[in-house]
Design a protein around this ligand. Structure first.
Ligand SMILES: C[S@@+](CC[C@H](N)C(=O)[O-])C[C@H]1O[C@@H](n2cnc3c(N)ncnc32)[C@H](O)[C@@H]1O
Length: 264
C-alpha cells in the first residue's frame, strides 16, 4: 500500500492503539502492586486523549471513584467520555483545570478515602504548557484537527520559543514547584509518575525537552527520596514485559529509574 496521507494516519492510529494497550498493562500491574482498592480515589492528571490509565483501570476491574484533571476542552471531553465508557461501574468525575489549579482549589477532606495520584509521561507537556500562549496550547493539545507532522512542528515551535527566550530553566523550576505544591495540597497516599525519554521528541530534534523533563523528574525523586518505593520492586514489575527487542523500550520504558512511585 502506498504511504500516502491516509495510510500514514491509519498506521499511526494502529501504532498508537498498540502503544496505549502496552503501557496500560504496566499501569494495571502497578495498581495491583499498590493494592489499589475500590474505596480509594484515583486522580489522573495531564491525561490528554490518552486511554492508558483508563484502560489499566478497566483491566484492573476498578469500580471505585476516579477523577481526571485536564485543562484542554477537547481532551477533557474525550478522556472523561473514555473513562465512563471503559469503567461503567465506577464513579467518574472530571475537572477541566491544570494540575496546579485543581490542587489550589481543592479541599483535602475526602472522607478518609486515599487518593492515588497518577500521571503517565506528563512532564514534557507540562513544560511546554507552562510557557505557551492560549492559542499555542489549543493547537498543541487539540491535535485531532492537525496531522501527525503538523503536530510535531507545533510542538517544536513552542519548544524552540522556550529556548530562544531563555526560559528552559524557568519552566523546569515552575513545573517542579507546581508539582510539589500540588502533591503537598492533595496529600495522596501514593503518587505514581512515569517519565521515560520520548523517541518521537528525539527524532524531531527535541531531545532537550526530554532532558528538561528528566531534570524535573530527578528533582521530584530527590525531594521524596525517603518515601520512594524501592526500584528493585518496580523493576520486578517491568521485567515481566516484553521489550520486543527494542532498545528504547528496554532502556527507557522498562527501566525502573523512569517510574516514580511514592508511598506517603
Ligand atoms: C500529550 S497529552 C497526554 C499525555 C498522556 N499522559 C500520555 O501518556 O499519553 C498532555 C496533556 O497534558 C495537559 N497538560 C499540560 N499542562 C498541564 C498541567 N499543568 N496540568 C494538567 N494537565 C496539563 C495538556 O492539556 C495535554 O492534554
Amino acid at each position: 500500500m502506498p504511504d500516502n496521507g491516509r495510510y500514514s494516519i491509519k498506521k499511526f492510529s494502529q501504532e498508537h492503539f498498540v502503544w496505549e494497550e502496552y503501557i496500560s498493562g504496566i499501569w494495571c500491574e502497578i495498581f495491583s502492586f499498590l493494592e489499589v482498592k475500590n474505596e480509594d480515589f484515583v486522580v489522573e492528571f495531564a491525561a490528554g486523549r490518552s486511554s492508558k490509565i483508563s484502560e489499566a483501570l478497566k483491566k484492573y476491574e476498578y469500580s471505585g471513584q476516579a477523577t481526571v484533571i485536564e485543562p484542554n476542552q477537547v481532551c477533557f471531553e474525550s478522556v472523561t467520555k473514555d473513562y465512563r465508557s471503559k469503567l461503567p461501574f465506577a464513579v467518574i468525575t472530571g475537572e477541566k483545570k491544570t494540575f496546579q489549579e485543581y490542587a489550589n482549589d481543592m479541599t483535602p477532606a475526602r472522607g478518609g478515602m486515599k487518593a492515588i495520584l497518577v500521571a503517565n509521561h506528563p512532564i514534557d507537556d507540562m513544560l511546554l504548557a507552562s510557557k505557551a500562549s492560549q492559542e499555542d496550547l489549543d493547537m498543541l493539545f487539540d491535535w485531532t484537527s492537525v496531522s501527525h507532522e503538523e503536530f510535531f512542528s507545533i510542538t517544536k515551535k513552542v519548544w524552540d520559543k522556550i529556548i530562544r527566550e531563555d526560559n528552559v530553566h524557568a519552566a523546569v523550576e515552575d513545573v517542579y514547584n507546581d508539582l510539589v505544591m500540588g502533591i503537598e495540597k492533595i496529600q495522596p497516599a501514593y503518587l505514581v509518575i512515569s517519565q521515560y525519554d520520548s523517541i518521537t521528541l528525539e527524532r524531531n530534534g527535541m531531545s532537550g525537552l526530554n532532558s528538561a523533563a528528566r531534570e524535573v523528574f530527578v528533582m521530584l525523586a530527590k525531594k521524596f527520596r525517603d518515601q520512594r518505593v524501592d526500584s528493585i520492586d518496580i523493576q520486578r514489575i517491568l521485567d515481566g514485559y516484553d521489550d520486543f527487542n527494542d532498545r528504547h523500550i528496554r532502556e527507557q520504558v522498562l527501566n525502573a529509574d523512569n517510574w516514580l512511585i511514592i508511598r506517603f
